[in-house]
Structures are given as C-alpha cells and as structure tokens.
Design a binder for this molecule. Structure first.
Ligand code: ZN
Ligand code: ZN
Length: 162
C-alpha cells in the first residue's frame, strides 16, 4: 500500500495541545464565572452574583469574590455557619446550580457547580453549599487538566483528616 504520510500532517497539533493542557490554579486567581445552564456572566461590580435560599428558606442575593480560594462573601439573608444553603440559582435564567446527587468530599453537603474560565482553561468548578466549608473540586475528567491550590484552611464544619 501507499507510504504517503500526507494524511498524518495536521495543522492543529492536537497531541501537543493536550500535553501542555495541565494547569495549576493558584489561590487568588481571578475566575471568570458563568452559569452552567445559560452561560450568563455572573460577575457584576467585581462580585459573583447568585440567588440564594438559606437553610431557613429565606431568599436573597449572595455576592462572592471572583478570586479563587478567597472566601469573602456578602449575603442579603443571614447565613448561619455550618448550615447547608438550600438553593443557589442563576440570577439570569433562575435555574438551580446545586447538585443534590453530588456531595462535598469534606462534609458531605450537596455541592454547587459553576462554569469557570481561567488560566487559559475552561472547566466546571464545584463549591460546597455548607456555610463556612471551603471545599472546592473539579470533575474526575478535569483533574487531568487542572489542579486546585489548597484552600486557606478547612472550616470547623468539616470532619478532621482521616
Ligand atoms: Zn443561567
Ligand atoms: Zn463541605
């Protein structure tokens, strides 16, 4: 058969792109955060905006820092440390971003998912819904591409190291 290798030449070298794809996400990285459903940009006035329903069922607005591992937050409803946020919703499409079938690796609370673009990567970032728990995660698949810096410290809400 033919030994012509023209077909193997590819102007977009996919293999090498995969090779450089793994990135580290350091504390303080500015994250562009989007709704995983409607792709709305959730950043407004330098804060990530989400609709929140507290453990007691009170509805309000949650404003988070867009910087990774920076846990500044403001809420228009009272958030008692250790309680699980009942719901988080996109302010544009009003769809919940909480996954009740997925749990925090530290405290087993349901986790929320946002879409993130940072360090030339796009991936889904998971956040714990327990007030005060600082767990973050990415999917099994995305762990091949991105590693997360350790948070400043596990909260008291989290169980101790095994
Ligand atoms: Zn949305
Ligand atoms: Zn947690």
């Amino acid at each position: 058969m033919s030994t012509d290798e023209r077909g193997a030449r590819d102007e977009a070298p996919r293999v090498s792109r995969e090779g450089v794809g793994h990135r580290f996400l350091p504390t303080g990285t500015f994250l562009h955060i989007y709704c995983p459903h409607c792709q709305a940009d959730l950043l407004e006035e330098r804060r990530v905006h989400l609709f929140i329903v507290s453990a007691r069922g009170l509805e309000g607005v949650l404003r988070l820092s867009p910087r990774f591992n920076v846990f500044d937050k403001e809420s228009t409803v009272d958030l008692e440390p250790g309680t699980e946020i009942r719901d988080l919703r996109c302010p544009r499409c009003d769809t919940s971003i909480v996954h009740r079938d997925l749990e925090c690796e530290w405290c087993q609370a349901p986790i929320a998912r946002v879409h993130v673009s940072a360090v030339r990567l796009e991936f889904d970032l998971y956040l714990c819904t327990r007030v005060g728990c600082h767990w973050h995660g990415v999917s099994e698949e995305d762990r091949q591409r991105v590693s997360l810096d350790e948070p400043p410290g596990r909260s008291d809400a989290a169980p101790p190291d095994a």
